[in-house]
Design a binder for this molecule. Structure first.
Ligand SMILES: Nc1nc2c(c(=O)[nH]1)N[C@H]1C(S)=C(S)[C@@H](COP(=O)(O)O)O[C@H]1N2
Ligand SMILES: [Mo]
Length: 418
């Protein structure tokens, strides 16, 4: 039974029986509701004029919709992380002000007029570009997710953080405008022994990573806009590297230099960090691609079911660093029965996908899970399947199926079914 059939079934059932509204109250029943009978203040006086907010912001009723951090997670806010409120969002695009932040030396306050991008190393002509120079290359617009490899890392050994914002919120999905890195590298002329690039950040952490030249010449972008406007300072204003489908750490922000070399550099972020310790004590290295993953965002611990039994909308997001998401399955009973969810919205390569499952909740407890399939045929694993291969020592690249327990009152909490 897929969600479409279910919904059509519900609609038809309602019409046939002449009762059973999907949602809402009959006018007769609502009679006397002061929200209908009484004039509200906003109906009786003029509102603010144009320019009250020259740069607009959300309604003050939405003040709870914000990035949040977990205090005990890091020692200092300048090398820390906060999380995207996935349970408050819909569709596939993350608003700029809600895109999670991860930085290692605080937010660099870069003056674009004094910002330069240098290309050096194994190139025919070392080059330096101003922001004006970058703007003269042909540019492209593409939507990609960025996921930190540590996303869900706290959940390896068992259910821990109570909310998808915290378990899965180290991800954002925006439209970038930028120049294909290939154009810039071609301008400098990569020598035949140039096999790797090393992007470097202009922030206090001077972030560096080694990236194989094949990826650099394939789909990487040097981006200056997100969702149509300049990158936010938090996201690397005025310039960041976009490395589609690969772990967020490689997407160097405040990008100031790209060195071309003949081998990887083995810097901190690819040795002591962003490696995966296996059961035998050896670590996997250079695990760049982000595996196919999904999570139910509503209901979830921060987003309980607020109505009683009856028509209920379940929704969530899915993504894969290897392509698109043609299908997501959901279960209401901890994996005994699976139903195909309804995908809605754009299905773009290496971008977030949105799914829905509308069902008739009978008011009994639920064990909710989602399981994504990507366009390569890969299916998101259970926690037990993941641990079988990876052990329990890892932090990074946890793409296991997440479970939420929902009680009779609609309250949800993070639990584990292996
Ligand atoms: N220059 C620089 N680039 C950086 C970092 C940094 O600290 N400095 N952090 C990296 C990490 S670990 C991640 S997950 C992403 C986070 O990107 P965001 O802040 O846009 O979410 O940026 C990466 N690029
Ligand atoms: Mo990261």
């Amino acid at each position: 039974m897929d969600a479409k059939t279910t919904r059509r079934g519900l609609l038809k059932g309602g019409i046939a029986a002449g009762a059973g509204l999907l949602a809402g109250t009959t006018a007769a029943k609502a009679a006397g509701d002061p929200a209908i009978t009484e004039m509200q203040p906003w109906n009786q006086m003029l509102g603010d004029g144009v320019d009250a907010n020259p740069y607009g912001k959300p309604s003050h009723y939405e003040a709870h919709v914000k990035r949040r951090s977990v205090e005990w997670l890091t020692a200092d806010p300048v090398s820390s992380v906060n999380f995207t409120p996935l349970h408050e969002l819909d569709g596939i695009i993350t608003p700029n002000g809600l895109a999670f932040e991860r930085h290692h030396g605080g937010i660099a306050d870069v003056d674009p007029a004094k910002h330069r991008l240098m290309i050096n190393g194994l190139v025919d002509k070392p080059l330096v570009f101003t922001m004006q120079d970058i703007m003269r290359f042909p540019r492209e617009n593409r939507v990609y997710f960025l996921e930190c490899a540590a996303n869900s890392g706290m959940e390896w050994r068992g259910a821990q953080l109570n909310g998808c914002q915290f378990t899965h919120g180290m991800i954002h999905n925006v439209m970038y405008t930028g120049v294909p890195l290939r154009y810039i590298l071609e301008e400098a002329g990569v020598k035949t022994n140039g096999k790797w690039i090393m992007p470097e950040g202009a922030d206090a952490s001077g972030m560096t990573r080694s990236i194989p030249i094949e990826k650099a010449l394939d789909d990487c972008l040097v981006a200056f806009k997100m969702n149509g406007e300049a990158l936010r300072p938090e996201q690397g204003y005025p310039l960041r590297l976009v490395v589609p489908g690969w772990e967020g750490n490689m997407w160097v922000k405040w990008l100031r230099r790209i060195e071309v070399g003949d081998q990887p550099w083995h810097h901190r972020e690819e040795t002591s960090k962003y490696t995966d310790l296996m059961e035998n004590g050896k670590a996997r290295r250079f695990t760049w691609e982000m595996d196919c993953k999904s999570v139910i965002t509503n209901p979830s611990p921060q987003a309980p079911i607020l109505h009683t039994k009856g028509h209920t909308v379940l929704t969530g997001v899915a993504w894969s660093g290897r392509g698109t998401i043609p299908r997501v399955d959901v279960t209401l009973d901890g994996g005994k029965n699976w139903h195909q969810a309804r995908m809605d919205g754009p299905s773009l390569d290496k971008s977030m996908h949105r799914f829905y499952f509308e069902f008739d909740w009978d008011g009994s407890p639920l064990l909710l899970q989602s399981r994504a399939h990507d366009s390569t045929g890969y299916v998101q694993p259970t926690k037990a399947q993941l641990r079988e291969i990876r052990g329990v020592n890892s932090i990074y690249h946890n793409n296991a199926i997440q479970t939420w327990y929902v009680n009779e009152k609609g309250i949800a909490e993070n639990v584990e079914i292996s």
